[in-house]
Design a protein around this ligand. Structure first.
Ligand code: M6R
Length: 362
């Protein structure tokens, strides 16, 4: 049941601290390593990882790519499952095909993993539902422990997939030798702190509702992000369009000038992921460009950032954490923003029109 929440989506957003904690428990997290008891991957024989997924799970895969390449230095490709299965993909026996699916019932993801398996790849699935069809196709399975997700819009499944991506990157990085024990320990410690940070972010729900109310009449919305937060922008846009029916696009900040900036005017909220990190200076100049064209900026920035306030119309602050963990925290306010936009509009939040929870046909 909804346990006092107006919608399953809101309940599931609030379950994220627990869901992340349980996903870590299930993985066997040590002080400076992640064991994944029962998993047997010959990491030295794995020349490449090919990730396959749809929708929100595809966004988790995009973040996973940067994490695994960054921490383990294994080349990773990501493909939309429905594209991969029909494009005569190159697959080698030294490839590990990794399918990501909350339900484990998505027809295209299952077919894509079968295709990779037939072509000789080792297969692994990351799934949230025990014994789902996908788990019967894959050689091995890792489970996120988000618990049942009822709302069509995926929230806790996404952040547990992101948690799993960090855990897998640590596991692989320790085995390829690229990740030092010290750095792994810092990441593990950072992961342990996430649930408390998320509790604090959830407490800002009422403030985010005010932001949504201020932009209530908007018909379009842009989401911009860089690096690890580029897929977070894609996910923020997907969430908003899915439940509020507001036209939303996510873009890599660096692509702004190559087209999307033509859309910006005084009626266009632009959500910018602007946490501190390597691309921060560039994000600030993107903000200035949007502002110069009258766009309304909603910035997600790092707690303690005093420069950004003058550039943004609305500011949402998230705790300062390691770059690898930023996508998880940045996702929370975007989920709440989409939720409040939709709830204020009065749409059917949990059962948006035209959508099904699992897409079991192509
Ligand atoms: O169960 P899966 O993770 O395979 O589902 C994939 C997509 O259908 C799903 O993530 C969809 O995009 C969500 N409705 C997004 O909120």
């Amino acid at each position: 049941e909804k346990q006092g929440f107006r919608h399953y989506m809101l309940k599931e957003i609030h379950e994220q601290p627990r869901a992340i904690r349980e996903t870590m428990l299930g993985a066997g997290v040590g002080a400076d390593d992640v064991r994944f008891d029962g998993l047997s991957l010959d990491v030295s024989a794995c020349a490449r990882i090919v990730m396959l997924a749809c929708g929100t799970s595809f966004h988790a895969a995009l973040i996973g790519r940067s994490l695994i390449e960054g921490l383990a230095r294994i080349p990773v490709e990501v493909d939309i499952a429905s594209e991969f299965r029909y494009r005569d993909p190159i697959v080698r026996t030294t490839d590990l095909a990794l399918a990501i699916s909350q339900s484990g019932e998505t027809a295209d993801t299952i077919a894509a993993l079968k295709e990779a398996k037939q072509r000789g790849a080792q297969t692994l699935a990351i799934c949230n539902v025990l014994g789902a069809s996908l788990s019967r196709v894959a050689d091995q399975v890792l489970y996120t422990h988000a618990g049942p997700e009822i709302s069509v819009a995926s929230t806790k499944a996404f952040t547990t997939q992101l948690t799993m991506m960090v855990l897998l990157a640590i596991h692989l990085g320790r085995r390829t030798g690229h990740l030092t024990a010290e750095r792994a320990k810092a990441l593990v410690d950072g992961l342990q702190d996430l649930p408390a940070h998320i509790d604090n972010l959830l407490a800002a729900s009422a403030a985010i509702r005010i932001v949504a109310r201020r932009h209530q009449g908007a018909r379009d919305c842009l989401f911009l992000g860089r690096g690890l937060c580029y897929p977070v922008a894609l996910e923020g846009a997907l969430k908003l369009k899915e439940i509020s029916y507001i036209h939303a696009e996510g873009h890599a900040s660096g692509e702004m000038k190559h087209g999307p900036i033509a859309l910006v005017d005084g009626n266009m909220p632009v959500v910018v992921l602007a946490q501190r990190g390597p691309g921060y200076g560039k994000v600030l100049s993107n903000l200035e460009e949007v502002r110069a064209r009258g766009g309304k900026i909603i910035a997600v920035a790092t707690l303690g950032d005093h420069t950004i306030g003058d550039l943004a119309d609305d500011l949402i602050l998230v705790p300062d954490v390691a770059g690898e963990l930023q996508p998880i925290l940045a996702s929370i306010p975007l989920q709440l923003l989409a939720y409040h936009f939709a709830d204020l509009k009065g749409t059917d939040v949990d059962q948006p029109r035209n959508l099904a929870k699992s897409v079991t046909v192509e």
